[in-house]
Design a protein around this ligand. Structure first.
Ligand code: MRU
Length: 342
């Protein structure tokens, strides 16, 4: 089922990476033009492009830009430069495994190409980045189809952060499921958590849902328990930044709260994630590095002071939801029924 989107989160065009600047939404639809590695790395760090799959795709194009003017013939020089490019991108955001997954693929492609056809390395890297982008689009489509089976007509869904088209190369994961069910003719209503501190729910998810014409209501994060009690929420669907082998998962801070609340209210808690978000190298959520965000995101709200200057702040960007609280994980391979991923 084809879902129409009238914006492009990321696009490779005329040898540049064009990004929809998500820090400007919903006020302005501004596109930025990344022409080099530094610009891509900064865009990821500053959340101009965000969401686990989109970060991975942007980083892949970042490698293309970082490597394109390299004319080294010597293996050591090539390797040195490649390491610098990969490390620069790795050091942007630590939690979403999609970033490391995409960089590993790009690094492998670069090394293989340099050994066999050094003069074609730039083209090989671009092909690999375009493939990563297209694969993500396809995985979103599949997640949408599998996940839509779980949504019945007249369902009310609660979601957190933005796991939509803005966070991926396709229609999104959690929102992709809602879009697909809606396109199948099911009447769906959505409660959107505003998602403090940087409001991905309020600024981005509502913006996307509005364009699809899907009825939605924005709530402050601290309203979720009351909405579950009073408003007949049928299920919660969120995305993920990293899923461990035992199915613990990291997602936007506040996801764990929702999972606990859903358990208490007996509401199914679904997680939507592409294969690129599954990290088979870690046993449990204990091993996930959680990004810490700046104090200013909490004490300065879009330029307005919301706490005294010297206030101490704890601002993790993500939390880890233990597997016991998750009803099912929906991936591009289906609705995961097992107890582990292998
Ligand atoms: O800090 P962000 O905005 O990059 O965090 C995004 C999320 O937590 C998403 O839920 C997750 O990346 C899944 S996106 C399909």
């Amino acid at each position: 089922m084809e879902i129409d989107l009238n914006f492009k989160t990321l696009e490779w065009k005329e040898n540049r990476l064009i990004l929809l600047d998500q820090t400007k939404l919903p006020e302005k639809t501004d596109y930025i033009d990344c022409q080099n590695l530094t610009e891509v790395a900064s865009a990821i760090k500053e959340l101009k492009v965000r969401g686990a799959p989109a970060i991975g795709i942007a980083a892949a194009y970042g490698v293309v830009l970082g490597m394109r003017d390299i004319r080294h013939n010597k293996r050591e020089e090539f390797q040195k430069h490649l390491t610098l490019v990969i490390e620069t991108l790795k050091n942007t955001r630590p939690t979403a495994v999609n970033l490391f997954w995409a960089l590993k693929r790009m690094e492998r492609a670069a090394k293989r190409s340099f050994e066999k056809f050094p003069e074609r390395t730039s083209r090989t890297l671009l092909d690999q980045a375009l493939r990563i982008h297209q694969e993500d689009k396809d995985m979103c489509q599949k997640i949408g189809e599998y996940g839509a089976e779980l949504l019945k007509d007249n369902f009310t869904v609660l979601t957190h952060c933005n796991a939509g088209a803005l966070a991926t190369g396709g229609i999104g994961t959690a929102l992709g499921i809602i879009y697909t069910a809606w396109a199948q003719g099911k009447r769906i209503k959505v409660f959107v958590d505003e998602t403090r501190p940087v409001l991905q729910g309020a600024r981005l998810t509502t913006w996307e849902l509005k364009q699809q014409g899907i009825p939605h209501t924005l709530i402050c994060d601290n309203t979720a328990a009351w909405v579950m009690k009073k408003k007949d929420v049928d299920c919660v669907i969120v995305g993920a930044d990293r899923v461990a082998k035992n199915l613990d998962l990291a997602n936007k801070i506040g996801t764990y709260n929702l999972a606990v609340l859903a358990k208490y209210h007996n509401i199914p808690f679904f997680v939507a994630a592409p294969s690129s978000t599954l990290d088979g190298s870690i046993q449990s959520g204990e091993e996930i590095e959680i990004e810490q965000r700046s104090k200013a995101e909490v004490t300065l709200w879009w330029g307005k002071k919301t706490a005294p200057e010297s206030t101490e702040v704890f601002s993790p960007a993500f939390d880890v939801t233990p597997k016991e609280l998750v009803t099912s994980i929906i991936t591009d391979k289906g609705i995961h029924k097992g107890k582990r991923i292998d």
